[in-house]
Design a protein around this ligand. Structure first.
Ligand SMILES: C[S@@+](CC[C@H](N)C(=O)[O-])C[C@H]1O[C@@H](n2cnc3c(N)ncnc32)[C@H](O)[C@@H]1O
Length: 199
């Protein structure tokens, strides 16, 4: 059995007690460096980086726990594992998504929210144009500034945009911008989540 544990947006206080139990029991922990560093356990730690072959994971034996940021099924590694290994071999422990976290901070309902990911893929504006409340996962290429610029180019200017940076960490910042302000903002954000709100 391969266990995938959602560790929440990052701050250990947002980890569920069941997730922590699973992590403590693990013989091998696989995850991104940011997540592996958080846990002081005896488990062997294997960084999930470019050299790691996900398909080889079932050869690591029993007691393998894969750490996933936020919730493993929301644009997370659990989706890939399910495709590769099937439902019977995978156990999924949910976590608090950074989307839930930011919505709670801003006191914004999730009932009518659209969630898309531009992380590691070409962001398609047409995915979002029919919605008034859109959370967007970003990355180093699809930055908040790029999203703001692309929206302006497409003449979609009826949005305010929030950027949640380093959510749940001590250096967390959630800032509100107009698209023009953000498009012209010269700053390199840390890990971040974008929320577009239609006016
Ligand atoms: C591949 S997605 C995984 C999302 C995750 N499964 C979840 O439910 O939150 C990774 C993206 O989530 C966002 N993210 C994850 N943790 C974050 C944090 N602590 N602060 C801001 N954004 C975060 C970033 O946009 C990052 O590029």
């Amino acid at each position: 059995m391969i266990t995938v544990v959602g560790v929440g947006p990052g701050n250990p206080k947002l980890l569920t007690s069941y997730a922590l139990k699973k992590i403590k029991e693990a013989k091998v922990l696989v995850g991104g460096q940011r997540l592996l560093e958080q846990f002081d356990t005896r488990a062997k730690k294997i960084p999930y980086d470019r050299n790691f072959d996900l398909k080889s994971i079932d050869k690591l034996g029993d007691g393998v726990v894969i750490l996933a940021s936020g919730d493993p099924l929301l644009y997370g590694i659990a989706n890939t594992l399910l495709k590769n290994f099937g439902k019977e071999k995978i156990e999924i422990i949910p976590g608090i998504s950074c989307v839930q976290y930011m919505a709670s901070k801003l006191k914004v309902s999730l009932n009518d929210a659209k969630i898309v990911s531009f992380h590691g893929r070409k962001g398609k504006l047409e995915e979002i144009l029919n919605y008034k409340k859109i959370f967007i996962f970003t990355d180093k290429v699809n930055t908040p500034q790029k999203i703001a610029k692309d929206l302006r180019k497409a003449s979609c200017t009826d949005y305010v945009i929030f950027v949640g940076e380093n959510l749940s960490y001590e250096n967390e910042k959630i800032c509100r911008f107009t698209l023009k302000e953000l498009a012209e903002y010269e700053y390199e954000f840390g890990i971040n989540l974008v929320l577009l709100l239609g006016e």
